[in-house]
Design a protein around this ligand. Structure first.
Ligand SMILES: Cc1cc2nc3c(=O)[nH]c(=O)nc-3n(C[C@H](O)[C@H](O)[C@H](O)COP(=O)(O)O)c2cc1C
Length: 200
């Protein structure tokens, strides 16, 4: 597939046929993730890879409220044979930018226009999603509900310095229901692009 095809074909897939993802494909997905750009080449990301049935079960149990997980979304997503949780480390950026070539030794967060640690990890997630599409697989990025973050951290012994920005469910696609959000329609280029000045 060429890049244009990959970009156009990528969409969030929320149901899977249960077949495993081949180990070399998992390696390619992760190998491409770490090609993402990062501020100061900080690379303050981490990826928790879950592909054993008991680990996947622990993921869903820790991120779902008791009695939950029976809705159509959950049923489809729980068929994914692979979940990669993407985590970002703010400390990695504060440490990196306190180095001599950057010189922000005060580690003041106000220096950051936006949290680059989350941005860079999000860029890595997009590279994973594009690789998934290129492999003919399907994937869906989704958030872990705030009230489930502590149970998730405890279950997988995640260090306090790492913040889960979300998870990617990956597998061989099965028929699914597209997100109702898509009814909003894609905003046209002219709506979102401002040439030369914002207004007028
Ligand atoms: C930051 C972010 C969070 C998202 N969270 C969820 C989610 O929790 N559950 C879900 O099913 N899809 C989630 N999505 C997928 C969006 O619904 C989807 O990208 C959007 O509707 C456009 O559809 P497409 O990606 O298939 O083109 C998320 C996407 C992003 C970028």
């Amino acid at each position: 597939m060429d890049l244009q095809q990959v970009i156009h074909r990528r969409r969030m897939v929320r149901n899977f046929d249960g077949r495993p993802v081949e180990p070399e494909v998992v390696d390619r997905i992760l190998g491409n993730a770490i090609r993402a750009p990062s501020a100061g080449f900080s690379q303050g990301w981490g990826f928790l890879v879950l592909d054993r049935p008991d680990d996947l079960a622990r993921f869903w149990a820790s991120t779902t409220p008791p009695g939950g997980g029976t809705d159509a979304w959950s049923v489809g997503m729980r068929r994914a044979p692979l979940i990669v949780v993407a985590l970002s480390s703010k400390d990695a950026y504060l440490d990196r930018y306190a180095e001599a070539d950057k010189g922000w030794t005060d580690r003041d967060e106000a220096r950051w226009p936006v949290p680059y640690w989350h941005i860079d990890t999000g860029m890595a997630v997009l590279l994973m999603l594009l690789t998934v599409t290129d492999e003919g697989l399907g994937g869906c990025f989704f958030g872990i509900p705030p009230e489930r973050l502590e149970p998730f951290r405890a279950e997988f012994d995640v260090p306090a310095a790492y913040t889960p920005i979300g998870a990617v469910a990956i597998g061989h696609p099965a028929p699914d229901r597209r997100s109702p959000s898509l009814r909003r329609g894609r905003r046209p280029v002219d709506d979102v692009v401002h040439r030369g000045k914002w207004r007028g």
